[in-house]
Each structure stands twice: as structure tokens, then as C-alpha cells.
Design a protein around this ligand. Structure first.
Ligand SMILES: [Zn+2]
Length: 404
């Protein structure tokens, strides 16, 4: 059997060169144990928003464990956020992370440089020095509060032709909140995070982008107001893209439980917000799916909604969740999912697709069990969910990097 004759290849608008690559590569490997008649091959997924915790917090995740978890999720390229120790805010600090990536990543890992020194919002990082070695600039985990600081960062990023990737959050609107300021928070006596804390900073940034003209991308949008602001900005020709995470598309605050695995920032919002996000991925307002994969130790996630660390893992469940809960019910097409997980992130961030792909059995049904995760982080709101789609193997740069 020649493998490539029986495989369904989802190539969307990738063109024939990719298909040729697949044909050549598959025939080079011994995949004889795989029943290709029920398999689909996808071009390597690309996640522009992950946290791999190294250097600084290797007990939560390492670049080795995070990149292997990504491969298990069908990803061959990821971009890592800079909330590390040391923060990549200079060439010297960035080099520490780049050396670990060089030594231990099994897929393509592209670091962000921080926008401000130590992500403190007070002083610009060495954007010039880091530019050749970073995919863009972000202070993810914190919003840049000062208008002047963001303006200066955008001007510099524009001159360097790098994107500003913004975690939008107005600190003075947070008021100690940790879940959505909605029905669940009220009923259960929790402090809420209002939607305005997100969209107000997006609105500010859109005005700055109009003034400066930088390539601008918004992280993990979660509110209906954010969707509307970005829709309008796009219609006006602003150079803006955005992402949302799988959890915001299939969950809302009515599904919260008193458990740290339901705590992330931004939080799960209302049903109306969730519906607006789904509308946004259908009409193209939202460009891409990013997981915001954010592992923590079991202890850090064991303190309930109020006291657990913010962040959940997602890189190993993103495709099965999107396929099972958006594609199978006909909410979006498979081609649209490939745009959201492969084509749009790669186009926007200039990440080429080489001989990178994953092979999936889409018929296999199973229950999400964090004990099976390769990631060191196990806290997922999808624990116990029934999904379809099992990654059987992932190839990056023509090399087998994961096999079930
Ligand atoms: Zn993040």
C-alpha cells in the first residue's frame, strides 16, 4: 500500500506543493500500523499564543514538554508568550530562552519579546535588539496601561515591521475579580471581571493603530463588545486581527464549577458573548483560534475559583473540541477550521508551512482525560468531555515528532 493514495488530505487553499510534500514524506515513513482509510491529514496547526514557562517556571511546563504536547495536538508551530523569568526584554534575556528552544523543542517555537522591561509597563524593552529573533512583541498577561507607552511601542514595532500582540485589560476596572461579572458570580458570591476591562483597551488601541498604522493583533477576545469593535475597525480598513480560544466558543459562565480548572483570564463570559464569538469566527471578524495554553502545577490549580492561578491547558484538546463541537454540528466547515488553525495564523505572522502535518483518526470517540496529556499542566475545563478525533502522528520538517 502506498500511504498517500488512501489518505484524505485537507489542504484547503494551500496549493499543490503541500500535497506533494505529504505524498513524498508519508511514503518515507513506516506508518504500516495505521488504517489510512479512516484518516485525515492536516497541514501543521499553528498556535500564536502559548505559555511554555521556561526559563523560570519549569515545574509548570518546559519547552520540551510543551512542544511535545503541541505535537500531540497536531501543532507544528507555536509562539510563546514572554511572562518568564527572566522576561525576554533584552537580547541577553531572550538568548536564554532561545538556547532552550534550540536544545529541546521538537516543533517550531517562536518567542515573543516583551513590549516593556519586565512586563512592568514602565519602560520599553530593547525592541530593536530583539526584533530579528522574535515573532512580535507582547506583554501578554498584562495590558499596557499607559497610552503613551503603547503609542511608543507601536511606533517602534512599525519601524521594525513586527506585530504588536495585545493582551487588553484595564487594571483599574478589575477590582479583584476572577470570573466573569455575570449571573454565576452574583449567585455564588464571587467577584467579577467586567467586560469593559477588555473592550475599553481594545477601543483605545484601535484609535492608536489608526494614528500609527502598526500591524496589530488582539489576544484571546472574550466579549461581544470586543467582536463588534474589531468588526467595525476591520470595515474601516484598520490593520487589525484577533484570536479567541476554544473554551470561549463552546463554554460560558453557566457551565462554571467551583474548581480551579474553570479559571482563566479572560474568564468564560455569558451566553450572549459566546454566541457573538461564534458569529465572529463565522463571518471572519475573528481570524484565528489560539489556545492560550497556560499550564500550572496541580497545587496552583487546586485552590478553587478565587485562589487558583489563572490559566488552563488547551493545546492537546483544541482540534478535537473544535471539530466535535463546531464542525460536526455544522456551525463551521472543516475548511474554515483549517483557516482558523493553520492558514490565517501563518499568514498574519509570516510562519511558513514546510513539510509539517498531522494524521488524525476523526472517527475515534473518547473522553478527555488529563492523565493522558503530555503537558505537565492537567487543568482543563474539558475534562470528561466526549470528543472525536485522535492525533495518530505529527511530522515537523519531515521528521516524525509524535506518534500515538
Ligand atoms: Zn496568555
Amino acid at each position: 500500500m502506498t500511504a498517500n493514495t488512501k489518505v484524505n488530505i485537507i489542504s484547503a487553499s494551500l496549493g499543490s506543493s503541500f500535497v506533494d510534500d505529504i505524498g513524498i514524506s508519508i511514503s518515507n515513513f513506516d506508518f504500516s500500523a495505521i488504517d489510512f482509510s479512516r484518516c485525515v491529514v492536516f497541514p501543521g496547526f499553528c498556535d500564536v499564543h502559548v505559555h511554555f514557562r521556561e526559563p523560570g517556571f519549569f515545574y509548570k511546563e518546559t519547552i520540551a514538554s510543551g512542544s511535545l504536547a503541541s505535537a500531540r495536538g497536531g501543532y507544528t508551530a507555536v509562539c510563546t508568550m514572554p511572562n518568564l523569568n527572566p522576561v525576554p526584554d533584552s537580547t541577553e534575556h531572550l538568548k536564554i530562552q532561545r538556547d532552550i528552544i534550540e536544545d529541546s523543542a521538537c516543533i517550531h517555537v517562536y518567542p515573543y519579546g516583551s513590549i516593556t522591561v519586565g512586563q512592568k509597563g514602565e519602560e520599553l524593552s530593547d525592541l530593536d535588539g530583539m526584533a530579528p529573533d522574535v515573532i512580535g512583541f507582547s506583554d501578554d498577561g498584562r495590558g499596557v496601561q499607559s497610552d503613551d507607552m503603547m503609542r511608543a511601542a507601536m511606533k517602534k514595532a512599525k519601524a521594525l515591521n513586527k506585530p504588536i500582540v495585545a493582551h487588553c485589560e484595564v487594571n483599574e476596572l478589575l477590582r479583584g475579580g476572577y470570573i466573569h461579572d455575570g449571573a454565576y458570580a452574583t449567585q455564588h458570591g464571587h467577584r467579577g471581571i467586567c467586560s469593559e476591562s477588555e473592550w475599553a483597551q481594545i477601543a483605545r488601541d484601535i484609535e492608536l493603530v489608526k494614528e500609527i498604522g502598526v500591524k496589530y493583533h488582539v489576544c484571546h477576545i472574550s466579549t461581544k463588545e470586543s467582536v463588534e469593535l474589531i468588526r467595525k475597525a476591520k470595515a474601516e480598513g484598520v490593520d487589525i486581527t484577533c484570536e479567541t480560544g476554544p473554551h470561549y466558543l463552546v463554554m460560558d459562565d453557566s457551565m462554571l464549577q467551583e474548581d480551579g480548572r474553570f479559571k482563566m483570564n479572560p474568564p468564560l463570559r455569558s451566553k450572549e458573548d459566546r454566541n457573538a464569538l461564534v458569529e465572529g469566527i463565522i463571518d471572519g471578524t475573528i481570524d484565528m483560534i489560539a489556545t492560550d495554553h497556560a499550564p500550572h502545577s496541580a497545587e496552583e490549580k487546586s485552590r478553587g475559583l478565587e485562589n487558583s492561578a489563572f490559566g488552563v491547558v488547551g493545546i492537546e484538546t483544541a482540534f478535537p473540541i473544535m471539530y466535535t463541537y463546531l464542525v460536526k454540528p455544522g456551525i463551521i466547515t472543516m475548511d474554515r477550521l483549517v483557516e482558523l488553525m493553520v492558514i490565517n495564523p501563518r499568514k498574519r505572522f509570516g510562519i511558513e508551512l514546510g513539510c509539517d502535518y498531522s494524521i488524525w483518526d476523526l472517527q475515534e470517540e473518547y473522553t478527555v482525560d488529563p492523565a493522558e496529556f503530555v503537558s505537565l499542566g492537567k487543568a482543563t475545563p474539558f475534562e470528561g468531555w466526549k470528543v472525536n478525533g485522535r492525533c495518530l502522528a505529527t511530522v515537523c520538517d519531515g521528521k516524525l515528532v509524535y506518534k500515538k
